[in-house]
Write a protein that binds this ligand. Structure first.
Ligand SMILES: C[S@@+](CC[C@H](N)C(=O)[O-])C[C@H]1O[C@@H](n2cnc3c(N)ncnc32)[C@H](O)[C@@H]1O
Length: 351
């Protein structure tokens, strides 16, 4: 079989992520995750203000799996969503998740290779955990770029070579031993000494708790992770620039500045490379990207992210702390205004 067929057959047999029939009723999506999936948050992060943002964005979720479009639909109420995947079984499970939540009418499902999708003009492209599973990730990136409208927003999650190195070591051993199924893999791991780094990492790797996640991580037929600087080069070669990193506080460029001294020529990706080498990134690079803005005007007015309720106190992953908000008071009177802006609870506009 070729790469694509191998990947398809993995996810046909083991649709990812694992979802149960009842998870449509039980599984909660953290409010902060919705903010970080919201198109306007991405647009603000890439283009500095919402002036040119589309009020009804067209969204592509490439390699969507069994659940992600549910969260995307919740995070983007006025949008048209295309959910694309190679795996028919993943799409069947997704269809049930969407129907159970009353979201099926808003999401079009398409089975196949997203690189051949006969649809374009997307304002927002989400590719979580998919580019590194292609035979040629750069061609995949180009296929996504070709399908976008003006001022597109991209949201990528891409595997890190360093962040997952203890996984790749064990994965390579499993290949040598011709281990093909999760139960054999668990036995192999449990034969390692209790303090072996591969074994410790395996039990810390939350996806490995179920066979689907284990196979997705350790038994994948096509997995090409990136270093931070190689990934940055690929983005630049293809005319993309990075908006915000969506890592936790300890994986943000600002955090790198707290622990090391950089000269002014060193950019955010170099800071991310350092954090990656220190193991601060939760195994992946996750970020918004766009094309170079023609003029990055400074915002003079802020609006509430439309998916927030009137008031609340939500944990912001980017800041690593709770951020309280109360929309009954104007934005200028909020005491924690910088936090509200940095967490995308407030979004920049020009009046
Ligand atoms: C690791 S899963 C991620 C699923 C989802 N994005 C998430 O984060 O939960 C990768 C998914 O991408 C799909 N996939 C891989 N290559 C693809 C391609 N060329 N076209 C469409 N889907 C693809 C797989 O079938 C699988 O469902």
């Amino acid at each position: 079989m070729g790469f694509l067929e191998d990947v398809e057959s993995l996810y046909k047999a083991r649709p990812y992520p694992e979802v149960g029939i009842f998870s449509a009723f039980l599984q909660k999506v953290a409010p902060d995750n919705l903010i970080l999936l919201n198109y306007l948050s991405g647009f603000a992060s890439c283009y500095g203000n919402l002036g040119q943002a589309n009020k009804n964005p067209k969204i592509l979720v490439a390699g969507c799996g069994t659940f992600e479009p549910v969260a995307v639909a919740m995070a983007n109420p006025n949008s048209e969503i295309w959910a694309v995947d190679l795996s028919e079984t993943s799409l069947q499970k997704l269809r049930w998740q969407l129907r159970a939540r009353g979201l099926l009418g808003r999401v079009k499902l398409w089975k196949g290779d997203f690189q051949k999708l006969p649809e374009n003009n997307f304002d927002y492209v989400i590719a979580t955990g998919v580019l590194h599973h292609l035979e040629d990730p750069e061609k995949g990136l180009q296929a996504l770029i070709e399908r976008t409208a003006v001022n597109p927003v991209f949201r990528f999650m891409i595997y890190s070579k360093w962040g997952r190195s203890l996984l790749y070591g064990a994965k390579e051993m499993a290949e040598v031993l011709k281990i093909k199924d999760p139960s054999q893999f668990r036995k192999f791991i449990d034969r390692l000494p209790a303090d072996h780094p591969y074994r410790i990492y395996f039990y810390l790797y939350s996806d490995a708790k179920n066979d689907t996640g284990l196979a997705d991580g350790y038994l994948h037929p096509c997995d090409s992770p990136f270093s931070a600087l190689d990934l940055e080069s690929m983005l630049i070669r293809n005319g993309l620039f990075t908006g915000s990193f969506l890592h936790r506080h300890e994986g943000q460029p600002k955090f790198a500045e707290e622990i090391c001294v950089f000269d002014e020529k060193q950019n955010d990706w170099q800071k991310i490379a350092l954090l990656d080498a220190l193991g601060q990134l939760e195994e992946n690079f996750c970020f918004f990207a766009g094309v170079k803005p023609s003029a990055n005007k400074v915002a003079n007015h802020w609006i509430w992210n439309p998916i927030l309720p009137k008031r609340g106190n939500y944990f912001s992953k980017l800041l690593g702390r709770y951020v309280a908000f109360d929309q009954s008071k104007p934005w200028q009177e909020q005491e924690n205004i910088r936090d509200l802006q940095k967490s995308f609870f407030l979004l920049p506009e020009i009046q």
